[in-house]
Design a protein around this ligand. Structure first.
Ligand SMILES: C[S@@+](CC[C@H](N)C(=O)[O-])C[C@H]1O[C@@H](n2cnc3c(N)ncnc32)[C@H](O)[C@@H]1O
Length: 212
């Protein structure tokens, strides 16, 4: 298997000197083969219309943030939209990447391969820790696609809603009761009080604009 490579390829020199590293490198190479745009990255992003609309309506200087990136599909989708727009937008991508099925290296490889790493600031940490770095009313758009458990979703809503500017947008994924009752229950619970805005459903996403 290792001998399919030409020994003259300097980048692959370690194939012959460090087989363990070689296998890792081979897996990473295979993982990133054929990635031409964000659609090709494995993942769950079916909210490109929401991301595109936020970019289309954004003014220079706005700050966006997503929670839950996995292999980078939604992150690359937003980064591509920002790149295409030519606007000066800051985009933070939060994920702890601590589950073995979601290796940080794959996220980095995908974004690197698409030349999009300059359009995103990855924050490799828990959502609750990331929230401590942002002031209230500081973000123009927050999209939540992290943990789908009731208590965790409610925690994310409580942590991130105050960070959204008045007039800013707050949305999240998987508002689908049959599949993710924790998400729908937490969203319904959080937005029930009269001082909270109502939520609209767009595909599998919930969305709301924070009142001015
Ligand atoms: C459904 S995946 C995100 C999918 C991604 N948006 C896409 O387009 O494919 C959920 C991600 O949330 C992350 N996650 C879960 N709980 C988290 C937490 N408390 N803090 C940070 N990240 C978390 C997981 O590591 C996982 O990568």
């Amino acid at each position: 298997m290792l001998f399919v490579y030409d020994k003259s390829d300097a980048k692959l020199k370690h194939l012959y000197t460090n087989p363990r590293r070689a296998y890792k490198s081979l897996l990473l190479r295979l993982q990133t083969m054929g990635i031409g745009n964000w659609h090709d990255i494995p993942g769950w992003c079916d909210y490109d219309n929401i991301y595109q609309q936020r970019v289309d309506e954004a003014q220079d200087g706005q700050v966006f943030l997503e929670i839950g990136c996995a292999y980078g599909k939604s992150t690359a989708c937003m980064a591509e939209a920002i790149k295409r727009s030519g606007k000066n937008l800051t985009f933070y991508a939060v994920d702890f990447w601590s589950m073995p099925i979601f290796p940080f290296q794959w996220f980095v490889n995908h974004l690197t391969q698409l030349r999009l790493l300059d359009y995103v600031i990855p924050l490799k940490m828990r959502s609750a820790q990331a929230a401590t770095f942002f002031g209230d009313n500081s973000l123009d758009f927050v999209y939540i696609d992290g943990s789908h458990e009731y208590n965790d979703v409610l925690e994310d809503l409580n942590l991130w809603y105050p960070k959204v500017k008045p007039g800013g947008w707050f949305c999240g994924h998987d508002y689908v009761f049959d599949e993710f009752p924790g998400v729908t229950s937490a969203v319904d619970h959080f937005f029930a009080p009269d001082d909270k805005p109502s939520v609209t459903i767009n595909g599998r996403s919930w969305c709301t604009q924070k009142p001015q």
